[in-house]
Design a protein around this ligand. Structure first.
Ligand code: UT7
Length: 333
């Protein structure tokens, strides 16, 4: 079977218009700007309008238009849509199919949602690149889009200060002859035994939401922050080392790390464990908070747009999230 190389053809993002600062949150829960910034690195986050126009597939639509422009493709050139989100527009149909219609794609391309929490985009990127490598598909649209503001308990200061809404996308496809772009190596993993560290047990088939849950606010996401922190740093560092050594490269060859943005202290600790300078870690948590599956593609897009990440650079995606899922990929952009 022929083996094709994979290239990131274009990226895009959408950040909701409404900015909510730490000072704004001081009016809602007992917290303060200093605590949030010192413990998390977050200054502000974006929150979607509930009036419409900024739901996860709307954000993905806008972000994809930019990615299509950057890649020089038409909507019907997309053979696969992978939509990573834990906050889909609706339960059925899946978000990828809703986006297919919004984009005017009429080629009946495959559409799949990925529920791998904060690792969802990296899961999608790896799955799509495997299909491109084998020649099964030519171009894939991979999305991380989240409206976490709907699922956090705005009365719980342990979680509501951490999350934000947003979307990032990448269109990846078969690299043309002579291109140096490639996916060197990747790892996808999960340790389901840590599922209870970050979960939302109410609202599924086992426990449908009742009036009592709504009154008590027990239907929202809940997290054991300290436990997550420890596993996150260890796993992010392990996976980074794995993909670099699997690629036969060394740390010094890596130009940029695009880590999941959950906490600046997680990013700093991971950088230390990997042995990477903080200057090489792409950080934007101060402006968006944790947007789950959207953090990696948003940070990736911003660093391309402002000229930090250039063609030929070696870039490491490194993500970790609820599940506990994790994924890392090493690419030449
Ligand atoms: O995307 C998935 C991956 N996400 C993660 O892995 C998140 C990982 N965890 C974290 O980022 C951190 O654990 C948090 C930011 C969630 C919490 O930071 P921490 O340093 O672990 O703080 P803590 O939970 O131990 O709380 C320290 C203190 C407590 O007070 P006492 O018990 O020491 O008196 C909390 O009640 O800070 C208090 N506190 C707050 N104070 C002001 C907790 N939340 C707040 C708040 N404002 N928002």
């Amino acid at each position: 079977m022929k083996n094709y190389e994979v290239k990131v053809l274009g990226t895009g993002m959408y950040a909701p218009k409404k900015i909510v600062t730490n000072v704004d949150l001081e009016q809602i829960v007992e917290t303060n700007d200093q605590w949030i910034f010192e413990r998390t690195g977050i200054r502000e986050r974006r929150i979607c309008s509930t009036e419409g126009g900024e739901f996860p597939t709307d954000m993905a639509y806008h972000a994809t238009l930019d990615a299509l422009k950057a890649s020089g493709l038409n909507p019907n050139d997309i053979d696969l849509i992978l939509f990573a989100s834990v906050t889909p527009d609706v339960k059925l149909p899946n978000s990828a199919t809703i986006l297919q219609v919004k984009l005017g794609i009429t080629n009946n391309c495959a559409c799949l949602d990925i529920a791998a929490a904060c690792s969802g985009f990296v899961y999608g990127f790896n799955m799509a690149s495997a299909m491109i490598k084998t020649g099964m598909i030519k171009n894939a649209l991979v999305i991380g889009s989240e409206m976490l503001s709907r699922e956090v308990n705005w009365k719980d200061r342990n979680t509501c200060i951490l999350f934000g809404d947003g979307c990032g996308v990448a269109i990846i496809g078969r690299a043309e002859e002579g291109s140096s772009s490639k996916v060197y190596s990747s790892v996808l993993s999960a340790d389901g035994t840590g599922g209870e560290f970050f979960d939302q047990p109410v609202g599924g088939a086992v426990t449908p939401i009742t009036a009592t849950h709504l009154n008590e606010g027990t239907h929202y996401m809940q997290m054991k922050g300290k436990e997550m922190f420890k596993v996150a740093t260890r796993t992010l560092a392990e996976n980074a080392h794995k993909v670099i050594s699997e690629a036969g490269l060394e740390l010094k060859d890596v130009n940029w790390v695009v880590p999941h943005q959950a906490n600046i202290r997680i990013i700093e600790t991971t950088a230390k464990l990997i042995g990477m300078d903080m200057e090489k870690m792409i950080v934007n948590i101060d402006r968006y908070g944790n947007t789950s599956a959207a953090t990696v593609p948003i940070a990736f897009h911003e660093a391309i747009a402002d000229g930090r990440i250039k063609r030929g650079d070696i870039v490491l995606f490194d993500a970790f999230g609820a599940g506990l899922t994790a994924g890392a990929t090493l690419i030449k952009y």
